[in-house]
Structures are given as C-alpha cells and as structure tokens.
Design a protein around this ligand. Structure first.
Ligand code: GTP
Ligand code: MG
Length: 259
C-alpha cells in the first residue's frame, strides 16, 4: 500500500470523510498536479507529496514570521482512506496509530450537504456529522484515556468543504454551522440510545463520560469545545475541479502551516 519506503519518517496527513467527497481526487491532484478520474476507494493509499513552491511564495505575504526557506520543497505523506461506511476502520486505524501524524483532513461534499435543506431531513449531512463525530470522539479519547493528566499532543483537523464550484454548494461558514448543529443532534441521540439500552443515568456520568463529545453541558456542540483536548478545528472551502479550474489554496496553506 505504501508506495514509498521512506514513508514512516515523513510527516503525514490523513484524509478522511464520507464517500464521494473528493478525497482521492484531491490526492491525485496533489500528487500529479492535475485531475484524474477516480473510482470509489476500497483500500487506503499513501502517496508522497511535495508542498508547491508557489504556496510558500504566496504565504510569504502574510506569514512573514516564518522563514520561507524552511518550507521550500517540503515533503509529506498524504494517506487517503475509503469513505464507505463499512471501510472506515482504515480511517480510525490511521487516527489511533498515528505515524508522525501532523493533521487530519475531513473532506465533505458541500453540495451534497446542502441538499434537502428545503425538504424533509438531510441524509448526507447526518451521515457526515456522524462520521465526524466519531473521529472527534476518538481524538478526545486520546486525552480521557491517557494515564497522565497531561493534555495530548496537539492534532489539528481541517474540515475541507469541497465542490464549491457547484452553485448548490453551501459556503464554508455554513458548512461549519450545519455540521456543528447536526453533531449536537448525533451527540444527544447517541446518549439517548445508551440510556434506552439500560445504562443508568448515574453510570453515564455526563461530563466525564467517555462517550460524550465536547463539554458536559447539554447545549449546542461547537468545534471550539475541542480546544480543551488540543484539537484545533478549522473549516476552509475549495474545489478539486470545476469549470474555472481548481481552488485548493486554503488547504495547501493549512497543510503548510501544520507541516
Ligand atoms: P470514496 O473513495 O468513495 O471514499 O470517495 P472519495 O472521497 O475518494 O471521492 P472521489 O475523489 O472519488 O470523488 C468523487 C467524485 O466527485 C468524482 O467523480 C470526482 O470527479 C468528483 N469531484 C471531486 N472533487 C470535485 C469538485 O471539487 N467539484 C466537482 N464538481 N466534483 C468533484
Ligand atoms: Mg476515494
């Protein structure tokens, strides 16, 4: 699966997210510099990617504190995972057994998520929120299960709102709020499921409960609640393809700033 033998020493980023989000399309674009037709993934794949020099040049304008020479031609490993519900153990494995993991990119199809906003329910949004909830809960457990009281190492996550070339796509700030409120729903329905299954309220002990994502309050879930467990969540939009070409600059910048 690993194409490169030097893979374990390179810093790596993990690509996760629902099926059809555009993960493999992004991987091939980053690897080859051009779009290639993709099929749904059944196995994970890792490729070596070089940060484009243009990213560094562009980032110079507003990242003057960084020495640009440090980042020129910097290489990293990008690990793509299948989004299908039955194949997500690859993604969870990648989160649990990180090898020099620098960050996680959770990609969503922003056009898919916007669908059904006017209708009854939104299956795509619910599924994306469930998947993201489970990833975030895994990250949170790194700290609640650690023997020491020390907070775990920082691990940033980028929510990449893809397919913004499509006019039906939700803009990135709305993708953020849609996911936050849907994760609130996922969180309470999971808790209700546990209570229904016979676990007493005392056993549940919300607040310290390991299955409860974010802070203990019964209010809305917000990504900022992940700060406490050293998981910085960012949301940025873009598109891997489109009539006017691709727009992946914000994602490159996020990678560059976490590399
Ligand atoms: P799985 O492998 O099943 O998890 O899906 P994936 O996330 O790898 O999706 P993939 O990269 O295979 O892309 C799915 C489809 O979306 C492909 O037909 C892509 O061409 C298309 N696609 C990807 N990015 C964009 C985009 O930015 N805009 C548009 N319009 N289509 C895109
Ligand atoms: Mg794929």
């Amino acid at each position: 699966i690993y194409r490169s033998t030097s893979s374990t020493t390179l810093p790596s980023f993990l690509l996760v997210g629902p099926s059809g989000a555009g993960k493999t399309a992004l991987l091939t674009l980053f690897e080859r510099g051009q779009h290639v037709e993709t099929r749904t993934s059944q196995v994970p794949i890792s490729v070596e990617v070089s940060l484009p020099v243009s990213t560094n040049a562009a980032s110079l304008k507003y990242r003057s504190v960084n020495d640009p020479s440090n980042q020129v031609h910097k290489k990293f490993l990008l690990a793509d995972t299948p989004g299908h519900g039955k194949l997500r153990h690859y993604a969870f494995d990648g989160v649990i057994k990180p090898q020099n993991l620098k960050g996680i990119i959770f990609m969503v199809d922003a056009a898919d998520i916007s669908m059904g906003n006017s209708g009854n329910g939104n299956e795509a949004l619910r599924q994306a929120a469930e998947y993201l909830h489970d990833i975030l809960l895994l990250l949170q457990k790194r700290s609640t299960s650690s023997k020491t009281s020390k907070a775990p190492k920082e691990l940033p996550i980028l929510i990449a709102a893809n397919k913004l070339d499509l006019f039906t796509a939700l803009p990135a700030p709305l993708v953020r709020t849609a996911l936050e409120s849907e994760i609130s729903n996922v969180r309470s329905s999971k808790t209700k499921g546990l209570l229904d299954s016979g676990i007493g309220m005392n056993d549940l002990d919300i607040g310290e409960e390991k299955e409860w994502l974010g802070d203990g309050g019964d209010g809305k879930f917000e990504f900022s609640q992940m700060d406490e467990v050293n998981v910085a969540v960012s949301v940025a939009g873009g598109n891997v393809l489109g009539a006017d070409g691709q727009d992946v600059k914000q994602w490159w910048d996020w990678i560059a700033s976490n590399l």
